[in-house]
Ligand binder design. Structure first.
Ligand code: NAP
Length: 458
């Protein structure tokens, strides 16, 4: 092929990708998070589409941005004062080319169609990267569990599941937890599903309690997995968590276990946060205090300084990125780290960033890191550990076996190393050496696209 022909093809494909992206924006107005997630993937795919015109011919881009099914429903429940409350529930069944839809449920007041669609879209590629037989989906509600009693959370979860149960099943769609949904909420939803179906289908939800079909190491999986992934990446560049200073945003499930693994590997974690502000402890965060405050007492992170008076609490969560560190792990929520924060981290000498949360860095922040040579581990690769162990939980449920913590953790470690290697390899193959954003997007996309072509136009 002459250079001229190749240039013309590249131009045509670029035009085509832009056209599909404009259609996504037009068809899904005001869904900014969804647009952002689509753009990030599309920006990586140009060389793949030029090399493999069958993806264009088969309209894979047009099909992959359209969820297979979007379910939106009313969730009525009664609060402790006897008032009727109404929330909105969602489940987006995005893509089942590789297996049953799989992805978490988020209970947070910010939840809307755009948030669930961006999360569901990301999940397609993340799940493909794990190498396990799972498609992509996501769901949730604008219900705010903060300040609610156990009874209110139970009644809400039951009402949510009463409707959702019509659309899920161990071979159809297997939800898990996410922000605001932990083992407690999963337990209430599992109980309601069991009652409605009149049978015990363990594989319908993951993140269950250990006593009734949950997997050991599921709770730890996303945080541990993120650190395993980042450790692989930084080892390739001659350093490690050992002796590094680390900042971790959030203090929820992902953050706590990212901190734990980073500490086990010899890092000093000096700051963590919640949506109200952050704590800085120059001696290193005391993880037992954070676990008790957040997992048991469900209190604010500001209370940390009552027990550790030498530490500082600063109001406003975005300030955490002004704390100097070698490695930053954003583990809280989407778009929590913008260009200004990236610039501040770089000025303070950050060497690596690993995304534990979904899409925590804005597109501009990612470009800023990459332009300044900061090693960057994108969410859909780095935080795939949670869904990987969820798929291991499904495997244990269907064989009616339970593996030890060490067995699950060892499998998780291998999966994360493999995702890193596949992403690096795909980036190299498409002349973007070392760019894990491009590598992860391409490696995930190719698996899904090939399966979609095998299934015909459905
Ligand atoms: P979680 O247990 O509910 O914790 C979320 C944490 O982030 C809380 O500490 C919350 O504080 C904090 N937070 C929220 N907004 C914040 C902000 N703007 N700045 C600082 N902190 C903020 O949720 P999670 O399960 O850890 O999930 C965290 C992220 O990881 C999400 O993006 C999720 O989609 C992603 N993820 C989770 C899993 C999983 O297995 N759980 C798997 C893959 C990806 P408040 O308590 O004040 O709200």
């Amino acid at each position: 092929m002459t250079t001229l022909v190749r240039e013309k093809q590249t131009y045509d494909v670029q035009y085509y990708v832009q056209h599909v992206y404009e259609t996504v924006k037009r068809r899904n107005p005001n869904e900014h998070e969804f647009h952002q997630a689509v753009k990030e993937v599309f920006d990586s795919l140009l060389p793949v589409l030029v090399k493999h015109p069958q993806y264009v011919k088969q309209a894979i881009l047009e099909r992959i941005v359209e969820p297979e099914r979007v379910i939106s429903f009313r969730v009525p429940w009664v609060d402790d004062q006897g008032n009727v409350q109404v929330n909105r529930g969602f489940r987006v069944q995005f893509n089942s080319a590789l297996g049953p839809y799989k992805g978490g449920l988020r209970f947070h007041p910010s939840v809307n169609a755009s948030i669930i669609k961006f999360l569901g879209f990301e999940q397609i590629f993340k799940n493909a990267l794990t190498g396990q037989p799972i498609g992509g989906g996501k769901g949730g509600s604008d219900f705010d569990p903060k300040g609610k009693s156990d009874g209110e959370i139970m009644r809400f979860s039951q009402s949510f599941m009463s409707e959702l149960s019509n659309y899920i099943g161990p071979d159809i769609d297997v939800p898990a937890g996410d922000i605001g949904v932990g083992a407690k909420e999963i337990g209430y939803m599992f109980g309601q599903y069991k009652k409605m179906r009149g049978g015990f289908e363990a594989g319908v939800l993951t993140g269950k309690g250990i006593g009734y079909g949950g997997s050991l190491a599921r709770k730890e999986a996303t945080g541990y997995g993120t650190v395993y992934f980042v450790e692989e990446m930084i080892k390739d560049h001659g350093f490690s968590f050992a002796g590094s200073t680390v900042v971790v945003s959030g203090s929820g499930n992902v953050s706590i276990y990212a901190m734990e693994k980073a500490m086990q590997l010899g890092a000093k974690v000096v700051a963590c946060s919640d949506s109200g502000g952050y704590v800085y402890d120059k001696n290193g965060i005391d993880l037992q205090t954070v676990k008790r405050l957040k997992e048991v007492e469900r209190k604010r992170i500001s209370e940390y300084v009552n027990e550790h008076p030498h530490a500082h609490y600063v109001q406003g969560c975005s300030g955490i990125w002004s704390v100097p560190c070698d490695i930053a792990l954003p583990c809280a929520t989407q778009n929590e780290l913008d260009e200004a924060a990236a610039t501040m981290l770089i000025a303070n000498g950050v060497k690596a960033v690993g995304e534990g949360a979904n899409m925590p860095s804005t597109l501009q922040a990612v470009h800023t890191f990459q332009e300044h040579g900061v090693l960057f581990a994108p969410a859909k690769a780095a935080n795939a550990g949670g869904v990987s162990v969820s798929a291991l939980e499904m495997a244990q449920n269907s064989t009616r076996l339970a593996w030890t913590f060490e067995e699950v953790d060892a499998k998780l470690y291998e999966i994360m190393k493999n995702i890193y290697r596949e992403s690096i390899k795909a980036a190299e193959l498409y002349e973007a050496s070392g760019n894990l954003v491009v590598g992860a997007n391409i490696a995930g996309f190719v698996k899904v696209a090939d399966a979609m072509i095998s299934h015909g136009v459905v």
